[in-house]
Design a protein around this ligand. Sequence first.
Ligand SMILES: Cc1cc2nc3c(=O)[nH]c(=O)nc-3n(C[C@H](O)[C@H](O)[C@H](O)COP(=O)(O)OP(=O)(O)OC[C@H]3O[C@@H](n4cnc5c(N)ncnc54)[C@H](O)[C@@H]3O)c2cc1C
Length: 238
Amino acid sequence: ARVPTRTNRDDRYFTDVYQAMPKQGFTKMFEKMLDSPNIKILLNCDYREIVKQIQFREMIYTGPIDSFFDYQYGKLPYRSLEFKHETHDTETFQPAPVVNYPNDQPYTRVTEFKYLTGQEHKKTSVVYEYPRATGDPYYPIPRKENGKVYDKYKMLADACPDVHFVGRLATYKYYNMDQIVAQALTVYGKIAGMKRIEAGAATAATAATAAINRKFPLNGNYSSNGNGTTNSEIASAI
Ligand SMILES: Cc1cc2nc3c(=O)[nH]c(=O)nc-3n(C[C@H](O)[C@H](O)[C@H](O)COP(=O)(O)OP(=O)(O)OC[C@H]3O[C@@H](n4cnc5c(N)ncnc54)[C@H](O)[C@@H]3O)c2cc1C
């Protein structure tokens, strides 16, 4: 269930034994992960716009699987969200980082991020999440009939040995970030002929992307990430 019931006073969002935030935040972490002359980032660009200009032996595809195959078996449905951001002139807004509203409100949860990051400030920012049927694809809908459609796309995917379908959209399954990192390392290990544990030890979570880009660099005059941008859309899609 998305909203677990607890019988203790643990008010953390997740109950994993080991939980951490990057020391300097996620932005810095991704900037460092992408800071390589071998990684080039192209933003706001569908991979289809550039795929013909780039020579590759293996592609890592993180987009929706139905889109990859031109929706030939129909569109896989997703649940989406609309986010409403608010800043309040108060140090804290709610008693916990995430408060769920499963009943009468039009929004389903409110997140107050400073609890998660440990930020100290006299104001606070919160985000309301409104469930939507359309919009960016966030949550696959795990129904039997959708599973059957996915299975058909999976058969097409299995027939493309040079494309690795990785992540939530490409495998039509909801994963948390730790699971996605594990999946990425497994795929990288497979490509590089290593076991996942070796892949994890040898490299950071984006190693798969970095390695592919190193082996098969983009051939255009695309700008690198020297400006410190953090969007990894293309880096993760190719
Ligand atoms: C509201 C919300 C809250 C969440 N909270 C948590 C949390 O607290 N903890 C946690 O562990 N996980 C959380 N998750 C889940 C987490 O976001 C996912 O596990 C993670 O983002 C999945 O990574 P991914 O690489 O599979 O997919 P994504 O992060 O969706 O990455 C896919 C990438 O592919 C790009 N792409 C897609 N199609 C194309 C195309 N045609 N051409 C080029 N690029 C393309 C997209 O732009 C995107 O950058 C949350 C998810 C949501 C929606």
